[in-house]
Design a protein around this ligand. Structure first.
Ligand code: NAP
Length: 323
């Protein structure tokens, strides 16, 4: 059987590593570098990706994996759908949106392909870019009528990707993204909670932060261990987590909270409804401040980043004595 031809858009840190996995397994992997930065071009080259036009992809690829900044996911899908529609063959192919977008966004993306020969898979990647001894998991869901396409997506596992289908009662487009939002909302939300409370304690007084540290290491040592690892690794990624926290807010607001109260996320300062959807909106603001502090803190002033780093360093010293 002929090997599938896959297009990966784009060769960012995740897309290039995914592309490299597929080329290492012997697949032809296309990408499109129009307007892309030198860093992306060099990652694409190192991963062995072929730079071709979108029209070439529409005419030759069996799969398109969209792995982009989440804010560009819809516009790319639209541009690709338009190119495919105007291509001479209008041949069947499959499109997997692998971005960290909320389920409403992924449903809008999928609706772009309704009535066309493009079949759609909703995918969410949990974990970092694939490395020699490490695989993130692609969770995937489809419309019930496209169960065969979902099975075909899972078969790409043969070429070095770890893919799990989300099947069972009610599974549909939007569910893989909902799973990704729920997982990230816990994993990255917990780090946001640690950081927020450390900063709030320090804002009261440095002595309060010190007392918080002592108490945590005595009565919740597992939380202290977790924050020692999680807070420093968040710092360089804080700028990326801002948009992701906002997507999670919309997911919670449009799903859980809205079903209960009928309310979309409101602006609390204007007296609009406040509910669970605001939790991650708050973390988005935290990560925005951390990213800004990282940028401004190079002069050595007491910035939010310094407060967090000092807390972690202190916790590292105190913890072994408490165990
Ligand atoms: N990295 C991870 O650990 C990770 C984990 C799980 C999920 N993901 C998901 O994977 C997706 C990509 O993340 P990433 O970390 O790979 O991002 P990234 O490293 O910032 O790379 C983004 C790539 O997209 C390109 N790009 C930007 N705007 C574009 C556009 N309008 N059209 C086509 N290409 C465009 C960028 O090119 P330029 O260099 O020219 O800007 C760059 O190559 C996101 O949805 C993210 O949520 C990432």
């Amino acid at each position: 059987m002929a090997l599938p031809k896959v297009a990966v858009i784009a060769a960012g840190s995740m897309g290039a590593a995914v592309g490299r996995r597929l080329t290492t397994a012997g697949l032809t992997v296309f990408t499109n570098l129009d307007g892309r930065s030198p860093a992306t071009r060099s990652r694409a080259q190192e991963a062995g990706l072929k730079d071709v036009s979108l029209s070439h992809i529409a005419q030759h690829a069996d799969w398109v994996l969209s792995i982009l900044p989440p804010k560009d996911a819809y516009n790319f899908a639209k541009a690709f759908g338009d190119t495919h529609a105007s291509s001479a063959t209008n041949r069947p192919l499959n499109f997997a949106d692998c971005n960290a977008v909320n389920p409403e966004t992924v449903k809008r993306v999928s609706s772009l392909f309704a009535g066309t020969s493009i079949k759609f898979i909703d995918a969410g990647i949990i974990g970092g870019p694939p490395q020699d001894d490490y695989d993130p998991t692609f969770y995937a869901s489809s419309a019930p009528a496209d169960a065969d396409v979902l099975n075909e997506f899972v078969r790409l596992s043969k070429y070095g990707l770890k893919i799990k289908a989300l099947k069972g009662e009610g599974a549909d487009i939007g569910d893989a993204s909902a799973l990704k939002m729920s997982y990230a909302g816990i994993a990255k939300g917990v780090i946001g909670l640690y950081s927020t409370m450390i900063l709030a304690a320090h804002a009261s007084s440095p002595a309060t932060a010190q007392a918080l540290l002592e108490e945590l290491t005595i009565s919740q040592p597992y939380l202290a261990q977790h924050l020692i690892r999680g807070v420093p690794s968040m710092l360089p990624k804080a700028y990326r987590w801002v948009a992701e926290m906002e997507e999670i807010s919309n997911f919670v607001g449009n799903g859980l909270a809205a079903t209960r109260s009928g309310a979309q996320i409101g602006d609390a300062t204007k007296g609009e409804p406040v509910h669970e959807g605001h939790i991650h909106y708050g973390f988005a603001r935290l990560y925005e401040n951390v990213a800004r502090s990282l940028e401004e803190g190079k002069g050595g002033d007491v910035t939010e980043v310094k407060v967090l780093k000092d807390f972690v360093e202190q916790a590292k010293k105190v913890l072994p004595r408490k165990e």
